[in-house]
Structure formats: C-alpha cells, structure tokens
Design a protein around this ligand. Structure first.
Ligand code: HEC
Ligand code: HEC
Ligand code: HEC
Ligand code: HEC
Ligand code: HEC
Length: 506
C-alpha cells in the first residue's frame, strides 16, 4: 500500500467578518487494487466502510481514496459479485471479488426469522432490532393473520366454520392465487400452495426476512397480472449463503449489494394485482400517477424511512456503527399506520350563512402520501360524516348534498356524508361484495394525491352547529360484524363549528 500525503487547502469563513483564512490539513490517501479470479477489475465501486467516501476503480483495477476516517475496512463490489473487502491497513491492499451464484437453487432451505429457528443462523439472533420491527409489521402475519384467514377459509374470529365471506367456499379454485403474495415462500410441491390451512414451517412466517433478502429482481411477467412469487426473481445459493440488500459495504463475505432494494419495483409484484379480473391491489400504479413518483420518491423513502434510533444492525455480532440515516425501518410505518394516516389526511370546513340557510363546504386532501388514500386492500375506506344541530340540539334535515350508502353500515346509512372507497358490487348489484365474486367495474372515489376533494352540504337556516368527522375502516362493517371482529372505527379527523351569524329573522 502506498500512503500519500496530500496538501488540502481548506477555506474557513471566519464567523461575522466574512474574511477568509487558509488552513492546511494533511489527508492520508489509501490506494489499493480490486481483482477477481481473472485479474484486475475496472469500474468496481469502492467504499471506506460505513462512511460516505467512495470511488471507482480504473481499468487497471486501482483505486485511490482519501483516508479521512479511521475505517477498519475498505469494501468493493461490482454488478454480479459479492461485496469484497480488506482491512484498510493491509499492505498491499487487495480486494478480491467473488461472483454471485449463476442461478437460483430452489432446493435451498429457508432460514426462519425468529429465535425458534436454527439457533446459530436465525436472523433475530443478530438483527434483534430489525426482527422486532418486522414482527410488528403486517409482513409477519401475511399468511396467518386472523382477518385474512377468516376471509380465506370462512371462519369467524372465534374459529367457527361457515361464517360470512369465504374464498374457499365461494371460489375454491382461486386459493393458490392468495398464496403467491401472502405466503410467497411455500414450495411448489407443498399442498399448502392451494390450502393455507396446511401451512407449516418457515413458509408460515409469511413475507419473511430470508425470502425478501433473496429477491434479485422482477421476473418477465406483467406487474399486476403475474402475482408475487411468480414475478420475483430469487437468488438462493446451492451452498454457503447470500444476503442481498441495500448496503454496499457489509463485510461478512456473503452479503451482496442490489440497487433494487431501494426501488418501488421491488414492492410492485405484491402491491399491484388484478385478481379474478378485478383490480384489487393498485398501490403501485397509483404511485406511478402520483406527485411522489415525479419527485422520485420510492415506497421505501416513506415506508422504510430510517427511525433515527438504529445505528448498528447487528450489535455485538459483527455489525459496525453506522449513521442512523443509512438504515431502513422494517415496521413500514413511521409510528403506525393510523398515525401516518392522521398526519397525511388534511381537511377543512367552511360555513356560509345566507337567507336560504347554511352551506357547509368540506374539503379533503392528502399531504405526504404516495398513492390514493386509502390504498392497499380493496375493502379499506374512509367515511365523511356531517352532523348538524339546531339551537335545541336537534338534528337538522339536509336540503341538498350527498348521503352515505348502505355500505357505510346500518347506523350511518342515509346520513349526510360521503364514502371514499373502491366499492365492489356482486353481479346482482349488492354491495359490498368480496373481490372474488365482484363486477370488475367499480367506482373509485378514494382520495387522489395532489387533488382536492370538495363537497357541498346545504342546510336550512335553523342550523346552529355542524360537526364533521372522518372515520377509517379496514373492512366493511357488515363483514366485520358477521365475523365477530373486534375492530373499532379509527377516528382520523374531527371538527365542530358554529356558523358565526345567527339566522336572519324573516
Ligand atoms: C418485504 C421485504 C422485506 C422483509 C420481509 C425484510 N426486509 Fe430487510 N430490507 C428490505 C428492503 C427493501 C431494504 C432496503 C430498505 C431501504 O432501502 O431503505 C431492507 C434492508 C435491510 C437491511 C439493511 C439495513 C437497513 O435496515 O436498511 C438489513 C440488515 C435487513 N434488511 C435485514 C432484514 C431482517 C433481519 C429481516 C427480518 C427480521 C428483514 N430484513 C425483513 C426488504 C425486506
Ligand atoms: C451471526 C450473526 C448474523 C445472523 C444470524 C444473520 N446476520 Fe445478517 N448480517 C450480520 C452482520 C454482522 C451484517 C453486516 C453488518 C454491518 O455491516 O454493519 C449482516 C448484514 C445483513 C444484510 C445486509 C446485506 C447488504 O449488503 O445490504 C442483510 C440483508 C442481512 N444481514 C440479512 C439477514 C437475514 C435475512 C438473516 C436470517 C436469515 C441474517 N441476516 C442472519 C450478522 C448476521
Ligand atoms: C412477497 C410479497 C410482498 C413484497 C415483496 C412486499 N410486500 Fe408489503 N405486503 C404484502 C402482503 C401480503 C401484505 C399484507 C399482509 C396482511 O395484512 O395480511 C403486505 C403489507 C404491507 C403493508 C401494510 C399495510 C397495512 O395496512 O398494514 C405495507 C405498508 C407494505 N406491505 C409495504 C411494502 C413495501 C414498501 C414493500 C417494498 C419495500 C413491500 N411491502 C414488499 C406482500 C409483500
Ligand atoms: C410520499 C410518501 C409515500 C410513498 C412514496 C408511498 N407511500 Fe404508502 N403510505 C404513505 C402514507 C402517508 C400512508 C398512510 C395513509 C394511508 O393509510 O392511506 C401510506 C399507507 C400505505 C399503505 C396502507 C394503506 C391504508 O390506507 O391502509 C400501504 C399498503 C402502502 N402505503 C403501500 C405503499 C407502496 C407499496 C408504495 C410504493 C408503490 C407506497 N406505499 C408509496 C406514504 C407513502
Ligand atoms: C398481488 C398480490 C396479492 C394477491 C394475489 C392477494 N393478496 Fe391479499 N393482500 C396483498 C397485499 C399487498 C395486502 C396488503 C395491503 C394492505 O394492507 O393495504 C393484502 C391484504 C389482504 C387482506 C387484508 C388483511 C388485513 O389483515 O388487513 C386480505 C383479507 C386479503 N389480502 C385477502 C386475500 C385473499 C383471500 C387472496 C386470494 C384470493 C389475496 N388476498 C390475494 C397482496 C395480495
């Protein structure tokens, strides 16, 4: 290794006076060479581990990088290789790149995320914090979540069979479709493929760590039409191990960098799906039409944004201290979904009194969402409710404006308000309907990012007080009640106003 001392001239702006003083700082430079079995590797990416300092190699495989920190390792990678590394004080400094396996080995045995799997290899042993985040996320219960299973096999919350909506009873040939996204690690010859009640072992952990970190790209299918596992290319090793991920400077030898991990396309095969002809999942295509897409903001930027708390992904187990802002969050929400929803939903109410009565104009819009709101599972919806009172506290009749449909539930049906949903009808015109038995033509009234939704409600002059509320429900009330689900409505926004002027006396 050659160590050069460069003279850097650093300009320091003296506070307050604006005159410049010149200081000379000595910066060491590291030089080394990146090789593979065939010789020098040009255009390889080199980094001082856990620092922002990086460079690329020349055609002769040599690199020079300022040794501005005391990083123990220098790392390198190129498309198609594992991350190679060397101690930074090695002399000569050589980094050897090993190729990734040429093909995926489907006989690979998944390693479970949690402590009950192989004691030395399970992810939670070393990545305890990430495991905690993932365990609290929907990905950990995608195959076994009680709501999902109740709808899948027609059970109730307490396990009674033959209650309410049931995919297995109403569309039994469609069962394998759910598995492709909800239990992507199920093997081809596993009977659970077509009946998730048979699910055993690591595949029952749903969208789990080892599955996600073997994803190496999208397949040749069309996003939305080829679901989940059928459109994800995996790279499972025949021997040894491989963890693909967003870090280009991990130094265990079995880690590999992939830029795909910070791309919305990574999420797309599971978060976009036309199922039985119905556009059930449309988050990815909604994102592609959103202002967030134009700004280059990926799903990960909002859903895996660093918490700022984690500075080491494997403390005491070989992890190095890193800047918190470089480590993603596997909980998928900042706080939780309700908190993120409340922050992003904006609303205003304006009341205008005239001789004819009171006009309430309600505006809803979103800030900081990268898709429609709600998005995801098709049954999710928002309900706007407008309640009115006269001076005696009695409800005032609506003169004109929308009323809530029956899908909003018995208590709310017919009340002044509006439903934001992709409401499905069955072929007899009844709604809500399960997506496996629905007319593909659904009216979509959900909030679109970057657009203002304005609704006008007219009341007679007696109106003295208006209360406006927005509720969020993950499932239709009628379905939840039939299943005995304990879910409560989520209150997202609320405001009560008293239109300023008293009614004009005739
Ligand atoms: C849905 C797929 C998915 C699952 C499940 C998943 N990961 Fe990740 N993981 C990712 C993505 C995508 C990133 C990159 C995040 C980013 O770009 O900010 C990532 C990043 C990482 C990193 C790099 C450091 C960091 O936090 O950014 C580690 C380590 C990691 N994951 C380990 C795990 C472990 C351990 C589990 C299970 C407990 C797990 N992952 C579950 C997709 C997944
Ligand atoms: C014996 C400890 C240990 C176990 C067990 C372990 N890891 Fe890691 N993992 C590490 C260390 C150490 C790093 C590198 C940490 C660093 O550079 O700060 C790492 C890095 C990673 C990365 C980053 C790869 C990259 O280049 O972005 C991923 C992804 C990952 N591990 C996933 C997993 C998954 C999934 C499992 C379980 C199947 C697992 N790990 C089990 C110790 C472990
Ligand atoms: C292999 C398929 C798969 C991949 C890849 C995947 N997801 Fe998911 N995701 C799911 C499934 C299935 C669920 C639903 C789990 C449940 O509740 O049953 C889910 C749930 C979620 C939720 C929770 C929604 C809620 O209301 O709680 C978020 C957020 C999410 N995913 C974001 C992402 C992001 C961001 C990525 C890409 C980094 C990603 N997912 C990659 C399959 C996947
Ligand atoms: C600009 C930030 C941003 C981007 C980009 C973004 N989201 Fe979201 N996402 C949000 C916010 C804010 C919420 C909470 C509002 C809500 O629940 O609808 C949310 C909610 C969700 C939910 C829960 C839906 C619900 O309403 O219950 C899912 C699933 C989801 N996002 C998936 C994704 C996927 C997949 C992508 C990429 C294709 C993505 N998001 C891109 C900000 C973003
Ligand atoms: C293209 C991938 C894909 C397919 C195919 C798929 N799902 Fe989903 N499913 C998802 C994703 C992603 C979510 C999470 C969206 C969210 O939470 O907003 C989800 C969420 C759900 C939920 C809500 C779970 C909860 O607890 O909130 C139910 C129920 C559900 N799916 C049922 C099914 C059934 C039944 C099938 C088979 C007919 C199926 N899904 C097929 C990707 C898929």
């Amino acid at each position: 290794m050659r160590t050069l001392f460069l003279a850097l001239v650093v300009c320091v702006v003296a506070a307050g006076c604006g005159r410049r003083a010149a200081t000379t700082v000595a910066v060491a430079e590291l030089s080394g060479r990146v090789m593979d079995a065939d010789g020098p590797v040009g255009a390889a990416n080199v980094r001082l581990q856990a620092t922002p300092h990086h460079t690329t190699t020349g055609a002769d495989g040599y690199f020079h990088i300022p040794n501005v920190s005391d990083a123990t390792y220098v790392t390198a990678w190129k498309e198609g290789t594992f991350i190679g590394f060397s101690r930074s004080d090695a002399s000569p400094l050589r980094i050897l790149l090993k190729p990734l396996p040429a093909k995926d080995d489907p006989s690979y045995k998944w390693i479970g995320p949690g402590p009950d799997d192989k004691a030395d290899q399970n992810c939670s042993r070393c990545h305890a914090e990430i495991y905690k985040e993932w365990s609290a996320s929907a990905h950990s219960r995608s195959a076994t979540g009680r709501h999902f299973r109740n709808l899948y096999d027609g059970t109730s919350w307490t396990g009674k069979a033959g209650v309410g909506w049931s995919l297995l009873d109403e569309h039994p040939t469609g069962a394998g479709v759910c598995t492709s996204c909800h239990a992507p690690a199920v093997a081809d010859d596993d009977p659970a493929q077509f009946d998730l009640r048979e699910l055993r072992g690591t595949a029952a952990q749903g969208v789990h760590c080892d599955y996600c970190h073997k994803i190496n790209g999208v397949g040749d299918g069309k996003i939305g039409l080829t679901h989940g596992r059928f459109n994800l290319r995996l790279l499972r090793p025949a021997e040894g191990q491989i963890f693909l991920g967003p870090l280009d400077d991990a130094t265990r030898g079995d880690d590999a960098f992939s830029s795909f991990y910070h791309d919305s396309k990574y999420c797309a095969s599971c978060h976009e799906g036309v199922v039985f002809g119905v556009h059930v999942y449309s988050t990815y295509s909604e994102w592609k039409e959103s202002p967030a897409y134009k700004e280059g903001r990926q799903c990960q930027d909002c859903h895996m944004a660093p918490t700022g708390r984690m500075t080491n992904i494997a403390p005491g187990n070989g992890g190095v201290e890193r800047e918190a802002r470089t480590l993603g969050n596997h909980l998928l929400f900042d706080g939780d979904q309700d908190a993120m929803l409340r922050r992003c939903l904006q609303a205003s109410v304006e009341c205008q009194r005239s001789e004819d009565g009171v006009r309430a104009t309600v505006r809803l819009w979103t800030e900081g969402a990268g898709h429609r709101v709600p998005t995801g599972f098709i049954d999710k919806h928002l309900i706007l409710i407008v309640e009115s009172e006269d001076a005696a506290g009695k409800s005032v009749a609506l003169l004109s404006g929308p009323r809530l449909p029956s899908a909003a539930g018995k208590e709310l049906e017919g009340r002044p308000g509006k439903l934001y949903a992709k409401l499905l009808r069955d072929f007899d015109g009844h709604s809500p309907a399960p997506f496996w038995n629905a007319d593909p033509d659904a009216v979509d009234t959900r909030l679109a990012p970057g657009r203002n939704d304005e609704t006008v409600f007219d009341f007679p002059p007696e109106l003295m007080k208006v209360r406006v509320r927005v509720l969020y429900r993950r499932f239709w009330q009628e379905v939840g009640r039939s299943k005995g689900w304990p879910d409560a409505d989520v209150s997202v926004w609320e405001c009560t106003i008293q239109p300023a002027d008293a009614p004009h006396s005739p």
